[in-house]
Each structure stands twice: as structure tokens, then as C-alpha cells.
Write a protein that binds this ligand. Sequence first.
Ligand code: HEM
Ligand code: HEM
Length: 128
Amino acid sequence: MATRLLKLAVIYLIAGMSLGLFMGITQELQFHSVHAHINLLGWVSLAVAGFIFHLFPDLARTRLAAIYFWLYNLSLPAGLAGLALTVAGYAWAEPILGIGFTAVWAAGCIFGANVLLHLTAERQSVSA
Ligand code: HEM
Ligand code: HEM
């Protein structure tokens, strides 16, 4: 789980930086919120989750972790695509944006619930 999350995170890093560079060169700055959320929900949040699952491996073995992983990683690209298309002027993409980010929010809540319910001092992996 941690390895997969970190690999997904760097894909978002590359995509987010590339969009930033594109925005800087072309001055198409209207995509700033797409860029910000590729980097922050993609690169930063996935990398932090990857580190947490690496440090606390028991957290990665729960059903909530599996639900978080799939829900987050399916809904984030959909939500970001919906956001990018909406910003580009395609109003038909707004439901994709809305449903996608609502699912991202739900996945984030599931991640939070997993940590709150299953992270205990006794189960911490100090060797990791
Ligand atoms: C090669 C790397 C990057 C380039 C070229 C780049 C470029 C840009 C550009 C051109 C903007 C728009 C600025 C404006 O609207 O005036 C921007 C905004 C932003 N960038 Fe990046 N960026 C890079 C990496 C990152 C990374 C790694 C993160 C986060 C981890 C990040 C977070 C943000 C945020 C949050 C904003 C929005 C600021 C706002 O709208 O108030 N960027 N970036
Ligand atoms: C379900 C998750 C999230 C939703 C629905 C959401 C939604 C939004 C919305 C509606 C805006 C205003 C956009 C605009 O004015 O164009 C915004 C801005 C911003 N959000 Fe989020 N956000 C989420 C998660 C996050 C997370 C996890 C971070 C940081 C780790 C973050 C960082 C930012 C920043 C830095 C901005 C201002 C920069 C910009 O809009 O370019 N967001 N967010």
C-alpha cells in the first residue's frame, strides 16, 4: 500500500509541475486551482498517506484502508478532470467535478476514520 501510494504521488508531482510550467509559460493561469489540487491532493496528500502507512503498517491492513485507497485513487483523477474541463469552459463536466470531489472528500474521511479507529501506540512500527 505505501509503495503504491508513493508511486502514485510522484505521478501527480510530475503532472502538477508540468501543468505549473505550462501555466507559467503560456500565462494560462486560470488553471491554478487544478494545478494546486493536483499537487496538494495528489502529490502531497498521497505521499503523506504513503509515509503514514509505511510507519504504521497495521493501518494499511484494514478494510477502511482498502476502501480509502480505491475510492481516493479512482475519484481524484475524475474530480481533477472534471475541474480542468469546467475551468476550460465545458459546463457539462460540472457533475463530474461535483461527484468526483465529493468522493475524494468521502475517501479522505475514511482515511481519517481509519487513523482515528486503528492507530494505537501498541501497534506502532518503530522499526520502519
Ligand atoms: C515546476 C514546478 C512548479 C511550477 C512551474 C509551478 C507554477 C505555478 C504557477 C505558474 C502558478 C500560478 C501562479 C498565479 O496564479 O499567479 C502556481 C500556483 C500554485 N502552485 Fe505551483 N508550480 C510548481 C510546483 C508546485 C508544487 C510542487 C506545489 C505544491 C506542493 C504547488 C502549489 C501551488 C499552489 C497551491 C498554487 C496556487 C496559489 C494560488 O492560487 O493562490 N506548485 N504554480
Ligand atoms: C475534497 C477535497 C477538497 C476540495 C473539495 C477543495 C476545494 C477547494 C475550492 C473550492 C477552492 C477554491 C478554488 C478557487 O477559488 O478557484 C480551493 C482552494 C484551495 N485549496 Fe482546496 N479543496 C480540497 C482539498 C484540499 C487540500 C487537501 C489541500 C491542501 C493539502 C487544499 C489546498 C487548497 C489551496 C492551497 C487552495 C487555494 C489555491 C487555489 O485555489 O489555487 N485543498 N479548494
